[in-house]
Write a protein that binds this ligand. Structure first.
Ligand code: SF4
Length: 331
């Protein structure tokens, strides 16, 4: 699953625990994020994941944090946002969002609280359960993942929990597409030599035909993939995918990440809140500090180097800051 693109100083600066942003999302515009699960909780272990390896894989749904507390925080933050600054409210977990068993209740409550459209970003693996599909009905858009058109490639890319099969995943997406009245927008993460070949894309197109989504977002792992050997597709790979998957497919080119760090007192906590969910390259961080006095910026960077809560990892020749808890194997 692709996360969000940029980060403005909003929710984190107010000490929010579950709500972040508004952030810019290539898919949804300005989005207020709600993260209802602990990092990193997932039933997949995708080779391209930007949150590090999933250790251990979790497949049990649970009320990881109290649903009422999460919605209460979102309500409080929404009441402080100026009109017109948010396009969507998006449930997007530090892992698989639907692992939170209160998601259906939270969606219904959020519908009572706000007129803003609601989106859920998910890997889609729980959609084989009819009850869980119904939980998602109040959402205006659901954005599940589909990276492979065969069981073998599904296992190689998404490395799911042993209890999840490719056929179950596809059947869940098909059933959801038939029942759901909102917008179903698939996401395909394209990896060079794995799922961007003619053969892999033709297999994927056959599955997409059965699902019949409203749209397909084609992305590539521009932020650090957990496995060092993962290479993002190139422009030709994007073109092959767009032509194989038809007119509903849309290429999402990398967007400029924006991080505003204005206050040296709160900058570290804000940065940490961002890094748990979205690694940042050194260049992005330097840009965020560009307007600081040189001595302050240099002292801040020194404090990051000494911190026991964040670390650096290298991918595609670029260094990224990530949370210390994220498991990124050395290149
Ligand atoms: S489903 Fe999303 S959070 Fe889970 S491993 Fe894959 S990319 Fe990471």
């Amino acid at each position: 699953m692709e996360r969000v693109e940029g980060q403005s100083e909003g929710a984190e600066s107010s000490g929010a625990r579950y709500v972040f942003g508004p952030v810019f999302s290539r898919r949804l515009g300005q989005s207020l994020g709600i993260d209802p699960i602990p990092a990193k909780s997932c039933n997949w272990n995708c080779v391209y994941c930007q949150l590090g390896r999933t250790v251990p894989l979790r497949s049990e749904r649970s009320e990881y944090f109290p649903s009422a507390e999460i919605v209460g925080e979102a309500e409080a933050l929404l009441s402080k946002q100026a009109a017109g600054t948010i396009d969507w409210v998006t449930f997007v977990g530090s892992g698989e969002t639907l692992l939170h068993s209160g998601l259906g209740w939270m969606l219904r409550r959020m519908k009572e609280i706000t007129d803003l459209p609601l989106a859920v970003i998910t890997n889609g693996s729980f959609l084989s359960d009819p009850e869980i599909r119904r939980e998602l009905f109040p959402a205006d858009a659901v954005l599940p993942s589909l990276d492979a058109g065969t069981p073998d490639l599904f296992k190689r890319i998404n490395r799911p929990h042993p209890g999840i099969s490719f056929h179950q995943h596809v059947a869940g997406l098909e059933a959801f597409s038939r029942e759901y009245r909102g917008r179903l927008l698939l996401e395909v993460m394209l990896i060079q030599g794995l799922n961007d070949t003619e053969e892999a894309l033709s297999d994927l197109a056959a599955i997409v035909d059965r699902i019949n989504p409203d749209g397909i977002h084609l992305s590539r792992p521009d932020r650090p993939p957990v496995e060092p050997w993962v290479a993002p597709t190139d422009d030709e790979g994007f073109m092959r995918a767009a032509s194989a998957l038809g007119s509903v497919a849309q290429v999402l080119h990398p967007a400029e990440s924006i991080l505003f760090l204005d206050n040296p007192e709160s900058a570290f906590e804000i940065l940490l809140g961002v890094l748990i969910r979205h690694p940042l390259s050194e260049t992005q961080l330097q840009r965020a500090l560009a307007h600081w006095p040189e001595a302050d910026a240099s002292a801040f960077l020194d404090s990051l180097e000494r911190s026991a809560r964040i670390k650096k990892t290298e991918r595609h020749g670029e260094r990224f800051w990530v949370s210390m808890e994220a498991e990124f194997p050395s290149p």
